[in-house]
Design a protein around this ligand. Structure first.
Ligand code: HEM
Length: 184
């Protein structure tokens, strides 16, 4: 087990019940009724899962110090008792994205797409966590996870619509949206 490596595994039962699954772009994932999130081991995927995706909590790449300080003032932790709705969005970006230099990617993400500025407006209602998967040779480059209270579902829908309307998202070539709610 590694404290930064996590596995999202889909199965018949789990801590989160799947409410809906849909491909936004590219191939979807096999249907599943529940989702679990657990620390993972580097060499073994959870056995018996319908599918499992691994990601690692990594260092930040793009956020600037002032942005990070502003986010830290308002962002919420995962695991709030009223945040019983959640969403897993695995995302892959295109070869064209990965061929860019770091400064070009940052410019598309923030100066042209305002990813961080848009996202900040939805804090603290939406709590988020980013996992990196690309360098684990996984099918997606990122696993993004969001938790919110059910009354903030429409705000979350609005956030997704705004993100997907950006220049950055033209470089997304696979994205699956998996909505879940706390089981039991
Ligand atoms: C809840 C509000 C949000 C905030 C405050 C936010 C903020 C951020 C920040 C600061 C980063 C850069 C991390 C770094 O420096 O490496 C980032 C990366 C990322 N975010 Fe968001 N985000 C939000 C919502 C979303 C949503 C809704 C999605 C997906 C639908 C998303 C997908 C991603 C992805 C895939 C990355 C990695 C991009 C890359 O490295 O190419 N974010 N986000």
């Amino acid at each position: 087990m590694h404290e930064r490596l996590y596995e999202f595994s889909a199965a018949k039962t789990g801590a989160w019940r799947v409410v809906s699954m849909a491909s936004v772009i590219g191939e979807s994932l096999p249907g599943a009724s529940a989702l679990d999130i657990q620390p993972a081991s580097i060499d073994a995927a959870k056995s018996g899962a319908t599918w499992s995706l691994r990601g690692i909590r990594s260092n930040e790449r793009y956020v600037e110090a002032a942005e990070r300080a502003d986010l830290a003032k308002v962002q919420a932790e995962l695991g709030r008792s009223d945040a019983t709705s959640a969403c897993l969005i695995p995302i892959r970006k295109s070869q064209a994205w990965w061929a860019l230099a770091q400064d070009e990617r940052r410019a598309i993400m923030e100066e042209k797409s305002h990813h961080i500025a848009i996202g900040a407006r939805y804090l603290p209602a939406v709590a988020r966590r980013l996992y990196h998967s690309r360098d684990l040779l996984e099918p997606f480059d990122f696993l993004t996870w969001f938790e919110f209270a059910p009354e903030h579902t429409s705000a979350f829908d609005d956030l997704l619509a705004r993100m997907r309307d950006t220049l950055e998202w033209r470089y997304v070539d696979r994205e699956v949206e998996i909505r879940v709610e706390q089981a039991g």
